[in-house]
Structure formats: structure tokens, C-alpha cells
Design a protein around this ligand. Structure first.
Ligand code: SF4
Ligand code: SF4
Length: 380
């Protein structure tokens, strides 16, 4: 069976921003609420779930078991997870991590399996640890049904990877209307590269980590005028789902209302692709957004586990962006919340550069934190 033949609808349930019991990053996942969301997702006719070894520090794969695998027939859904190349240190780590993933999820096999964030210096890690050969063996043994990778790199790199690995059946890319023509992210060029190779696309970050659901006032007004009922996020989801070579649009849904809205929007029998007028409107929105320069952080959190100072980089960047865009007290409150959740102050950065090497958006994090320190740590 070809990749995605068995997937129904274009909405994928990304298990990376699950609801928690209580506040803060350390609060446990609210499994009972996830069960309700899983039920609603499947009842709406969708089937694609996406987790990863590292989501919620490993809890996401366990929650997939509890909320999904243990409660539904295995053939009634498809499950994707990912190998974290940056955690491979010793021979045998690939096999150990995969065995752990099978154990955590109880899934027996993975319908979709990805090398996670194949980009930059991580490309070599996947080669050095023989991940591609290993994955081919797992396919032969039936433990992986379809092989892919997620990629945050340039179109040239993606082209090379797809040429070197014809066994790859799909790629996961960050595509959204704001990054479509972005010089560094190269969303359009990456999409077209995958299309040229005949490789279908799973979209991650269609709402750009929430950025496209919190538009500046004048951009929001444009969209509200065009369709008063449509949320800002719905425009971003429709943009991604309207692309013909996109098979799944992942949404990291964190509450029931988001689930209901997304399921309604992307329902296979009633989905409305963007019209030419809609696309022109989104180009005007992009012009407005890009006229206010903000830091393009997607809150993926790849940068935080290795920070020796324990700085919650995305939370601080979110506060800084709020300050740049709105210039009001919301930014100070966000910064204080980040500190209350256990982050060190922006001014405690020692400029070691670990985070910049891990950031798929290639952000100048050290410089950004210096700006945040100047704004928020004046007395600290
Ligand atoms: S450069 Fe600063 S923020 Fe980045 S990992 Fe090092 S200490 Fe943390
Ligand atoms: S700074 Fe980069 S790595 Fe860190 S959360 Fe933002 S986008 Fe992700």
C-alpha cells in the first residue's frame, strides 16, 4: 500500500502540545482530556496521529498508548513517531530507542516512521549510526510501514537528501503562508522540491507555533472582514491543506475546542480550498506581518534541553515578540510567567551557542536574548 492510501482526511493530530493538569512545562499531561480529544478526532473520521520520542519528554508516546492504542483496534488509526538523531551517542542506541518506542506506545509497529529533523550537522548523525539501512531492515520486518523524515533545512539540502534516499516515501516540512516566500525557511521551494521527487508532504507548524493565530490588529481586521466567522488559525490550516501534494496537516491541538474547529474545517466532505482571492488576501496579511519585525520562533523547543543555564528560550522570545508588536504590559507579564515556570533570566545566558546550533529556524538566539535582557532585566 502506498503512503497515505489508508489515511482519511488531511488533519493529523500532533501529540506535541497536549493539555496538562495544571500550569507550566513540568505539569503532567491530562490523559483523560486527551482521551476525549482522541475520541472526537476518530469520530470525525480522521486517522493520523503524530508523536515523537522527545515530545513531552517522552510522555507523548506513553499517552498515545493510553489514550489511543489501548482503546481502539490497531487498524483503525495510523501512528507516526520519530528517531531523534541528536540523542544517538553509542552503537546500539538506534535499536534501544526503537525498542523503547514500541514498548511505550504498545503499537506493535509504526505506520509512519521518521528520522527527526534531518538538517544541518544532524544529517551526518543519521548516516554515521546507519539509520537508513536499519530503517530498511525494520520495513522488511514489518515494524515500519512507511519511511520518511522531517526536515527544517533549505530546498537544496532537501533535494540532496531525497536524491540520496529514494527509499523515503514522505517528508514532513514546515509550511505556512507566512514562510511561503521566506528566504531562510524556503517553504515554497521545499514544497516544490518534494513535489518534483514525487514525495508527498506532511505539514508541521501550519500556524507557525501559534503566530498566525495571534495576528497584529490590522492584519486580523482584514481577515475578519473577509470572513467574520473564520478564526485566524483556520486561514493558515486551509492554506496548507489546499496544497495538492500535502497529504496531512498536523495540528498540535491542546484543547477540545481547537479539535472541534479543526475537524470541522478539514472534514473531507466539506473542506473549502483557498480561492485566488483568499490567496491574495493572505499575501496582504503577510505584508502587514513582515512590516513588524519579530523573531521567527516556532516554540519547537529543540533549543532548550541543552541550555546549561536553564533558559526557557521560546517563552522569552514570545515575550520579546509581544513587546515588539504590541508595546504593552502583556510582554512583562509573559516574561514574569516564564521565570515563575523555572526559566533563568535572559541576562544569565553565557553565549555558549548550543541553542543556535539546535534551532531549525537558524535564529540568532544569543543576540535576541541580549535584547530581551535589555528590556526585561534592567534591574536584575
Ligand atoms: S547561548 Fe545562552 S541560551 Fe543558548 S544554550 Fe547557551 S546559555 Fe543557553
Ligand atoms: S528558538 Fe529556535 S529551537 Fe528554540 S524554540 Fe524557537 S524555533 Fe525552536
Amino acid at each position: 500500500m502506498a503512503a497515505f492510501d489508508e489515511v482519511v482526511g488531511k488533519l493529523g493530530f500532533g501529540l506535541m502540545r497536549l493539555p496538562r493538569v495544571g500550569e507550566g512545562e513540568a505539569a503532567p499531561v491530562d490523559v483523560e482530556r486527551v482521551k476525549t480529544m482522541v475520541d472526537a478526532f476518530l469520530a470525525a473520521g480522521f486517522t493520523y496521529f503524530d508523536t515523537a520520542y522527545v515530545y513531552h519528554d517522552g510522555a507523548s508516546e506513553c499517552v498515545a498508548k493510553e489514550a489511543l492504542v489501548d482503546r481502539y483496534p490497531r487498524e483503525s488509526f495510523t501512528l507516526a513517531t520519530k528517531m531523534p538523531g541528536w540523542l544517538l551517542k553509542e552503537p546500539g542506541d538506534v535499536e534501544r530507542i526503537f525498542a523503547e518506542q514500541l514498548e511505550r506506545t504498545g503499537a506493535g509497529y509504526f505506520d509512519y516512521y521518521l528520522m527527526h529533523n534531518v538538517a544541518g550537522n544532524q544529517i551526518k548523525m543519521y548516516e554515521d549510526f546507519g539509520c537508513w539501512e536499519w530503517a530498511r531492515r525494520m520495513k522488511d520486518e514489518g515494524l515500519i510501514r512507511h519511511l520518511g523524515f522531517s526536515c527544517h533545512d533549505t530546498a537544496d539540502v532537501l533535494d540532496r537528501l531525497l536524491t540520496d534516499h529514494p527509499e523515503v516515501e514522505f517528508v514532513q516540512l514546515q509550511l505556512n503562508y507566512l514562510d511561503w516566500e521566506h528566504d531562510a525557511v524556503q517553504a515554497r521551494a521545499c514544497y516544490e522540491t518534494a513535489e518534483r521527487h514525487g514525495v508527498p508532504v506532511v505539514v508541521m507548524e501550519p500556524v507557525k507555533g501559534g503566530t498566525l493565530a495571534r495576528l497584529p490588529e490590522d492584519a486580523a481586521a482584514l481577515l475578519a472582514e473577509a470572513d467574520p466567522q473564520a478564526s485566524q488559525a483556520s486561514w493558515a490550516l486551509r492554506f496548507a491543506a489546499s496544497l495538492p501534494n500535502v497529504k496531512v496537516v498536523l495540528s498540535g491541538m491542546s484543547d477540545e475546542s481547537q479539535m472541534a474547529e479543526n475537524a470541522g474545517l478539514l472534514a473531507p466532505d466539506s473542506f473549502k480550498p483557498l480561492t485566488d482571492d483568499d490567496r491574495a488576501l493572505l499575501r496582504r496579511v503577510v505584508e502587514i506581518i513582515t512590516s513588524v519585525e519579530v523573531v521567527g520562533c516556532t516554540a519547537c523547543r529543540y533549543c532548550t534541553p541543552g541550555c546549561p543555564q536553564g533558559i526557557d528560550i521560546p517563552a522569552i522570545i514570545a515575550a520579546l515578540n509581544t513587546q515588539r508588536r504590541y508595546k504593552d504590559s502583556r510582554a512583562d507579564i509573559m516574561y514574569e510567567h516564564a521565570l515563575a515556570d523555572g526559566s533563568a533570566r535572559a541576562s544569565e545566558c553565557i553565549a555558549c551557542g548550543q541553542c543556535e546550533g539546535a534551532c531549525p529556524q537558524h535564529l540568532p538566539i544569543i543576540e535576541v536574548l541580549q535584547e530581551a535582557a535589555g528590556l526585561f532585566d534592567k534591574e536584575g
